[in-house]
Ligand binder design. Structure first.
Ligand code: FES
Length: 113
């Protein structure tokens, strides 16, 4: 059943599926989205690293910054900012937690266009 306030959001996971300090990748409308548990707060960004496509969900999360597992580019999971060059961002997605379930919005907050 859709969220009444956010009818175009998709239910993706339970908060218990993503331990604190970790990320998990999910397919949402044909796109891989990485969801991170950043100290009990959840954030969603494009899972595909803009460098060469590694899964950012497999990266190391320190605070709210994930390091790509391949070449260690670092992204702030709260808004997708590339930490080493903040003028560049990867897509971040709107996220709601309702009754222990994580819902993702269909469109990025910060489109790269
Ligand atoms: S693929 Fe992510 S930094 Fe190279």
């Amino acid at each position: 059943m859709p969220l009444p306030e956010f009818p175009d959001y998709t239910e993706v996971a339970s908060i218990s599926d993503i331990p604190a300090g970790q990320g998990r990748a999910y397919e949402v409308a044909g796109k891989a989205i990485a969801i991170f548990n950043c100290g009990g707060q959840f954030f969603a960004i494009d899972d595909q690293c803009p460098h060469m496509g590694a899964s950012l969900a497999d990266g190391c999360l320190e605070g709210c910054v994930v390091s790509c597992p391949w070449h260690a580019w670092r992204f702030d999971v709260r808004d997708g900012t590339w930490v080493d060059n903040p003028r560049i961002k990867t897509d971040a997605y709107p996220l709601q937690v309702v009754a222990g379930k994580i819902w993702i919005g269909p469109k990025p907050i910060t489109p790269n266009s």
